[in-house]
Design a protein around this ligand. Structure first.
Ligand SMILES: Cc1ncc(COP(=O)(O)O)c(C=O)c1O
Length: 286
């Protein structure tokens, strides 16, 4: 039953779902989204995702009309119905369907979500290394909003793929900000560094959890702009995202980066992340 969708309160087959041609998500990219990971049929870090969703709605001057508690309940019930145990929820809210006009309309929002199965993630350190590729950061200055306007990210990702890499790193005036769909961390002299969230960096939920885990593990972490040059010459590099967890970086612009395998601190953090996920999603349901 993974081909179901929850659309404005109704559950139906994904292939039966219809959106109006004038939905503002379609015509203006006037909407926001979330990707939430499902492990063992349970949502990981749901409150953090809903916090960010509310902030993203505020960022596009849109009040989230669906009640947060109801949304959480509906997603949980939906997952049980789909039977997806390992996967993700894609959730999107747009300003709705109304005759095309730049001015905000008075119409109901379009809220939808559906589940997609994903293969279980490999144990920490067991994945192959990620190949990064630099692209100029030509995005807007509100990257903290998880907006559906992802064309610059799509173009960046495909530029990286065309260059034989896996993921694009945005470089803004010499600063490595983040990647097309992940955050970037470097390790230098035993300490973590990552560019601060805000104009050019999405507040990634995995990033947030990794920073909390670093604190618990006594690994010093600093949030400040990282130059591309210092990132490339770091002791370890990794990227984070909901679907990927932690991915150690093997190369940048076609050149191998240190240490040529999953580094010790990256491994420690990934193990801690998988342990946190296990604790929060395998325990008996509240
Ligand atoms: C631009 C960008 N940065 C970072 C991330 C990682 O965020 P999260 O850890 O919440 O998945 C994503 C995820 O899609 C993203 O699109």
């Amino acid at each position: 039953m993974t081909d179901l969708i929850w659309l404005n309160g109704e559950i139906k087959p994904l292939s039966d779902a219809r959106l109006g041609v004038e939905d503002r998500g379609f015509q203006f990219a006037d909407g926001v989204y979330e990707v939430i990971r499902i492990y063992n049929g349970r949502l990981f870090a749901l409150p953090e995702h809903l916090d960010r969703l509310e902030r993203s709605c505020g960022g596009i001057m849109m009040k989230m009309l669906i009640d947060r508690q109801r949304l959480a309940r509906e997603i949980e019930q939906f997952i049980a119905k789909t039977g997806v145990k390992e996967g993700m929820i894609y959730l999107q809210i747009t300003r709705g369907d109304s005759p095309r006009n730049h001015a905000f309309p008075q119409c109901p929002q379009t809220t939808l979500f559906y589940a997609r199965p994903l293969p279980p993630t490999a144990p920490a350190g067991g994945q192959s290394g990620v190949k990064l590729y630099s692209v100029p950061d030509e995005r807007w200055k509100r990257c903290w909003i998880k907006s559906v306007a992802l064309l610059p990210n799509v173009l960046a990702k495909n530029t990286a793929l065309a260059a034989g890499a896996d993921e694009a790193v945005f470089v803004d005036d010499g600063v490595a900000t983040e990647c097309s769909s992940s955050n970037l961390f470097v390790v230098r002299q035993g300490a973590l560094l990552t560019t601060p969230v805000g104009a050019k960096v999405l507040p990634g939920i995995t990033r947030l959890v990794v920073l909390a885990l670093a604190k618990e593990l006594g690994i010093p972490a600093t949030e400040r702009p990282i130059s591309e040059a210092e990132a490339i010459s770091a002791d370890e590099l990794f990227i984070t995202s909901t679907t990927r967890e932690i991915g150690w970086v093997a190369s940048w612009n076609g050149k191998p980066v240190s240490p040529g395998r999953c580094g010790a601190i990256t491994l420690k953090l990934h193990k801690a992340l998988q342990e946190r996920i296990r604790r929060e999603t395998q325990s008996p349901q509240r």
